[in-house]
Design a protein around this ligand. Structure first.
Ligand SMILES: NC(=O)C1=CN([C@@H]2O[C@H](COP(=O)(O)OP(=O)(O)OC[C@H]3O[C@@H](n4cnc5c(N)ncnc54)[C@H](OP(=O)(O)O)[C@@H]3O)[C@@H](O)[C@H]2O)C=CC1
Ligand SMILES: O=C(O)[C@@H]1CCC=N1
Length: 280
């Protein structure tokens, strides 16, 4: 199956790269994708050389050629980034935003036109077709726009549709989620070194342990706590280890982490909204 739409990325950072990497392995030909950023020419060169997509320093030109515009700049650059392309946007184009925290209403307000927007929260596992992506529709987006966004994000993983207000929670859980797992792996690697395992051996063991646990969670109907108890022999090693995690209030820390990330998503949205209001 092919798809002939032209897709322009505004922003060429980690998230844009993960999406480009996944998309060009599946439904999209590299020449359908145009990538632009603020000023980093080396980064555009790297993206072009790696994925063979088109890159364009002239943002307005990149926007005018697109059927779909994907907003993927850093939170602090959102207001300037969107207003700098607003003139070039036509309301027949579909805007897809992966910006954490920023509401579709704020984007509509910054563009100043009744544009259809689908807000998406993917994660960087899109690079290997394993993103967990949630989508929500803006005021002027309809089922046709949703179908286009679903088709696009299905090329990089699993897709679910949520009400827009749930996207702060989604961002905290699955948008940021891969980082929590990587952080745990960093700690496991440090521990392995301290207890005397060779780095390459430890790496393989940790990786297969995570893949195995994820597959168990996926294929078994058992609750995670039941799976955990099956590992935990009375008076054994796991029990001794988990006791230390309990002493450090590990679960409380994880819950607080996710709640704080969700709050931060709302804060990012609020601060941009304030900025938009004061510049009106
Ligand atoms: N990283 C992740 O895991 C995820 C990120 N997101 C969202 O994706 C967005 C991007 O994040 P991420 O990729 O990590 O960020 P990065 O910092 O890696 O990349 C940001 C990109 O935005 C570009 N940019 C900045 N200002 C402008 C502008 N005015 N016009 C055009 N491009 C501009 C930068 O260009 P230059 O280098 O030239 O300044 C850079 O290419 C964020 O809003 C984030 O919330 C969503 C889900 C997951
Ligand atoms: O850290 C962030 O703000 C972005 C959103 C989700 C993942 N990364």
């Amino acid at each position: 199956m092919t798809n002939t739409k032209t897709i322009t990325f505004i922003g060429a950072g980690s998230m844009a790269e993960a999406l480009i990497s996944g998309m060009t392995k599946t439904l999209y030909k590299p020449e359908q994708i145009i990538v632009t950023n603020r000023s980093n020419k080396e980064r555009l060169e790297y993206i072009q050389n790696t994925y063979h997509v088109r890159v364009e320093a002239d943002k307005e030109k990149a926007v005018k050629e697109a059927d779909i515009i994907i907003l993927a700049m850093k939170p602090k650059d959102v207001a300037e980034g969107i207003t700098s392309i607003a003139q070039a946007i036509d309301k027949h184009q579909l805007i897809i935003s992966v910006l954490a925290g920023v509401s579709t209403e704020t984007i509509i307000s910054l563009i100043g036109k009744n544009v259809p927007i689908v807000r998406a929260m993917p994660n960087t596992s899109a690079a290997i077709g394993q993103s967990a992506t949630a989508l929500a529709l803006g005021r002027y987006a309809n089922d046709k726009h949703l179908a286009i966004a679903k088709e696009l994000f299905r090329t990089v993983g699993a897709v679910t549709v949520v009400p827009e207000e749930d996207l702060h929670a989604v961002t905290a859980l699955s948008g940021s989620g891969p980082a929590y797992i990587y952080y745990m792996v960093e700690a496991m690697e440090k521990a392995a070194e301290e207890i005397g395992l060779e780095q390459s051996v430890a790496k393989d063991l940790i990786l297969q342990t995570i893949i195995g646990a994820a597959e168990m969670l996926k294929s078994s109907k058992k609750h995670p706590s039941v799976l955990r108890k099956e590992v935990t022999s009375p008076g054994g090693t796991t029990e001794a280890g988990i006791k230390v995690l309990e002493d450090y209030r590990y679960q409380e820390a994880v819950i607080s982490c996710i709640k704080r990330a969700a709050k931060r998503s709302a804060e990012l949205g609020q601060s941009l909204l304030q900025l938009v209001k004061t510049h009106r």
